[in-house]
Design a protein. Structure first.
Length: 367
């Protein structure tokens, strides 16, 4: 057909191309276009979706047809943009060429310099919940009771408090490490240590600590917890190995204090604070355990025998004192005899066998 009829509705606009070259825009309404060679093409796009996506957007922008009708963005490699439509955040933009119609929708664009790798914004929470954010932003969260150590291109930048953080992608190498600031424990378990008198013990100890300098903890050693375990293990071997078994068993509190004195200055270099060190379990070899049980049993038996002898001595001393009193006091002797007879008579039956002449008279006189 030589003449083409084009109908563009009120919310639409036409992009007119002739021989694949952009010619201009067609406003809403009815249009009759002369096209004898069939090289005219009109693409109708809706302005209700304000984002203008077109493979020949560069040609359209260079023509100047979008002036006062659209927002045109030509973002450099270090620039990013935040797009707000009708007062609501829509999406972020990477580097590139973009255009947004402004006739039907309220479009606001905020251009951000991404060379400052960390992205900060009053509406960060709203922005990070939008779709497509993960294409331009790397998100991270510092959990409660933690500290986040931020390195950019291998350089320490800052220590982050608990919260939500965002970083522009493809701008720098970002490393984000979290450290727990709460108290924690390290078990030094199953340590076979030989004492100074050649007795092998199996010991379990526990170390309580917390991180006080997150940056130092991350920068000084690869794993501060593992470094603390190693230092405590070496200190335990040094302290126990310099004592004999009896000295060690009698002074476990002193051993714990010496361990703490050895470990504390070292772990401070790891950004840690030592809270306490304790010896939890001491396991003796089977034969040593039996031997110590026998020694303990012998000691207890000797103590029991000593107590019995002391009681017997006290009883004999009491009897000797009683005999002296009876010897010097006939009246007291008479009362003692009556007590004995009373005890005998209280049994209910009294059998007396007499074999000495004259003894009968004395017993009768007593009764």
């Amino acid at each position: 057909m030589i003449v083409k009829h084009i109908n563009i509705r009120s919310f639409e606009i036409g992009l007119c191309f002739r021989d694949r070259e952009f010619q201009g825009l067609l406003e809403p309404g009815r249009h009759w276009l002369f096209d004898p060679l069939g090289k005219l093409r009109v693409e109708i796009v809706s302005q209700r979706d304000p984002w203008l996506l077109h493979e020949k957007l560069d040609m359209i922008v260079r023509s100047g047809a979008l002036k006062d009708r659209a927002i045109v963005l030509d973002l450099k490699d270090y620039e990013r943009a935040l797009v707000w439509i009708d007062g609501r955040f829509s999406h972020p933009l990477p580097p590139g060429l973009f255009a947004y119609w402004t006739g039907l929708r309220d479009v606001q664009v905020e251009i951000v310099d991404a060379r400052r790798v960390r992205f900060e914004h009053p509406d960060l929470r709203v922005i990070t919940r939008a779709g497509g954010v993960d294409k331009v932003l790397e998100l991270g969260t510092v959990e409660p009771h933690h500290a986040g150590v931020l390195f950019i291109d291998g350089q320490f930048v800052e220590t982050l408090a608990p919260g939500r953080y965002a970083f522009w992608k493809n701008m720098a190498q970002v490393k984000f490490v979290q450290e727990d600031l709460r108290e924690a424990m390290v078990d030094i378990a199953g340590q076979d240590i030989m004492t100074a008198d050649k007795v092998t013990l199996r010991m379990n100890a526990v170390v309580t600590y917390r991180v006080v300098d997150a940056r130092q903890s991350v920068s000084t050693v690869g794993d501060a917890r593992q470094a603390l375990y190693r230092e405590a293990q070496l200190a335990l071997r040094a302290v126990v190995g310099g004592r004999e078994l009896d000295t060690f068993l009698l002074g476990k509190e002193e051993v714990a204090r010496e361990l703490e004195e050895l470990i504390r200055p070292r772990v401070r270099q790891f950004g840690l604070e030592l809270i306490s060190v304790g010896v939890r379990d001491i396991i003796l070899p089977g034969e040593m355990k039996d031997l110590m049980n026998r020694v303990t049993e012998a000691k207890k038996a000797a103590e029991a025998n000593l107590i019995v002898r002391r009681e017997e001595t006290a009883a004999m001393r009491s009897q000797a004192n009683t005999a002296k009193l009876l010897e010097t006091s006939p009246t007291l002797m008479r009362l003692r005899e009556l007590e004995v007879l009373e005890k005998i008579a209280s049994a209910g039956k009294l059998n007396i066998v007499l074999g000495e002449k004259g003894l009968t008279d004395r017993v009768v006189n007593l009764l």
